[in-house]
Structures are given as C-alpha cells and as structure tokens.
Write a protein that binds this ligand. Sequence first.
Ligand SMILES: *Cc1c(COP(=O)(O)O)cnc(C)c1O
Length: 397
Amino acid sequence: MTYQEIKQEESCYVMNTYGRYPVALEKGKGARLWDVEGKEYIDMASGIGVNCLGYGDWDLVKAVSEQASKLMHVSNLYTTIPMVKTAKTLVIFSGLENGKVFFANSGAEANEGAIKLARKYSFDRYGEGRSKIITLKNSFHGRTVTTLKATGQDKFHQYFFPFTEGFDYAEPGDLEDLKNKADGTACAVMMELVQGEGGVLPLNMEYVQAVERFCRERDLLLIVDEVQTGIGRTGSLFCFQQYKIRPDVVTLAKGLGGGLPIGAVLAAGSCSQVLGPGTHASTFGGSPTVCAAANAVLAKVNDPIFLEKVRSKGDYIRRNILDLHAPAVKAVRGMGLMIGIQVEEGKQGEYVNALMEKGVLALMAGKDTVRLLPPLTITIEEIDQALAAMSQVFGAE
Ligand SMILES: *Cc1c(COP(=O)(O)O)cnc(C)c1O
C-alpha cells in the first residue's frame, strides 16, 4: 500500500483524534525509523519517551517473544514470576522502604491509581472531607475524566463535564501558593519534577524539597508523576533521586515496557497497604508478557554506566545545540535525554515539520518548545546526524 492509500483507509475507519504527521512508519533499528516509502529518520521522539531501548533490541525482543510463547496473559487472580520480579526491582532500586507496586496499563491509569490511593489513605486516617489533591499549573497527568481535571491547564477542562472534583492548581516554584491551596481539605500533592508536555520545565530543587517537608508536616502524600521522567530518561533510574527527595507515591509508564503498554503505582511503606483486596484492580495490568519486557528494560537501564551515558549524551546534545549560536534557539533546557529547545512562541510546529523534512522526528511541548526524547540507547553517530539536520533547521549563525 502507498502512503496515499493507507491515509485514505485511515480516514474511513480510524477516529480523527490525532493531528498526525504525514508519515506512515514501517520499521526501525536502533534509533532509526523507515516509513512506507523507504525514507529514513533519526528518531528523537521514541514514541514519546516509550522506546527507551530503541528498535529491535534483541534482548527485549527475545524476552517478549519467549514469554509470549510460554504464557502471554493470566488474570490477576493468579500470580506470575515476571510480575513479582518487576515489582521487586522497582521497590529495591527506588529505595522506597517497604514499598509495594500496583500494575496498570498506562500513565493516566497509574495516576488514577495514585489518586485513589491518596484519597483512601486520608479517608482511613481522617474520614471524609480531606480529598483535595494539589497539582501544578502547566502540568500534564493524562486523558481520563479524572486525570484531565488533575492536569493544571484550562484547555483540558472542556467538553467532558462533569469532571471529577477535588483538584486545585498551584503555581510551580511558588511555595506560598501551594501552602495556601493545600488547606485542611487536602490529602496530597501531585507533581512532575520536569514538566514534560508543558514545555520541558524542570522544577527548582529547593522548591521541591520544601514541598516534601511541607507534605510531611501536614501528612499530605507526595505523589511524583514519573510517567515521562522515570526509567532512566533524566539520567537516573528515577528523577526524584536527583532531587534528593523521598516521595510517598511514584507513578510510571512510558519507558517502563520499552514499547509495550504498562503503568505502575509505586508506593512507599507509609501507604503501601492502603489499597487492599477489592479496592483496585485491572484485567491486563502486570501481565507476564509486559513484565518480561519491563524486566529486560530494567536489566539494561538500571546500570550506573548506562545512566552515566544518558547524562553525557544529554549534555552533548544540549552543548552542541547551544554551540550552533542559532538566533532561533532562545534556550535549551532539560535533564539527561529529556531535552527542550525553546523557540519563538507558536513556531515550534514549524520547526518540528522542518526537522521531519530533513529526516529527524521531534516533538512539540508547551507553547514554544521543540522536545527531544530519543531512545536512551541512541549512538553518538545517530546524534551527530540529527544535530546536522538541527543546524540547518535552526539556522546556524
Ligand atoms: C504521557 C504522560 C501521562 C499519560 O500517560 P498515558 O500513558 O498516555 O496515559 C501522564 N503523565 C505524564 C507526566 C506524562 O508525560
């Protein structure tokens, strides 16, 4: 089928919910992708931070295919070895004492689980009336009716009324604002440490540590949404480790399955017993096949040398973009291989299109940012090829 034929059928049969780029992708290897017409791309998007080991990683493919042929899925009424192993790895390497994991299938679902956990934690201790969750302005937490409302951006609070009540939004970096909003009716604070969809905006470290202290004082649960920042993306297994904090709850998804759908709610000992039998469940969550994928991902990513390379490759990309001295580039932000290139407001889409034209896939974020989330395994050669295209598109001086 040609691209035109595929698009014709897509427009007949697929709901038009995505402003898709005019590309139909067919195969990948490493950080390279090919479309149905044979055009090659360097992938600086990796399925929005999902394909952390790139394409065709043999250990990942082998783990998934072996598990799929052995036992693809069982109900959560039974236990499996891969599921227990993923949970154990996450708990041990998060350092969250007496932590426990619940498995879901996506980031939004992991956040739903965290929201339920926080509300029940408070209900069990204090009864009704303490259910508000403070999130940050400009955040992103998902697309379900509840996580849309948890998202601190007005444009997500349209059409689908009534939304789940019980969220308020604090200005990122403004501790007083958060303290004022977290009154006696609040049970938790939920935040991304680097706002991803909002524009690759890292929070200030002192602010985050002060929020942690405030949460401890008030017995508010601190939920860190690591759906995008987790699993090595920022150069440590979890981003909260670089902020030197101890969250009560961490949510994960995107990179965890290396391309298969998985979400996880990781709760510290302080609240790991809150969700007991019958309070929360998922048919697919933590199936042996997706957990076999997660175990293959964790075996590679959870290695100090691998993580050091993520940090050095991120520094290399940021330094080289700055060294372009391109007038179009206003700032370069981010941590590890989560990178934001700030351009003129409203122009980010034009740059993403121009990069695609030159064979580089990138993402948009916020109102003025080109976002790069390459596979964590990207090579320097692949990076240099992408940088050459960026130099042309951003217009080196
Ligand atoms: C992508 C994302 C989500 C939503 O994840 P889905 O898997 O699309 O439901 C939630 N939070 C953050 C920070 C994200 O980046």
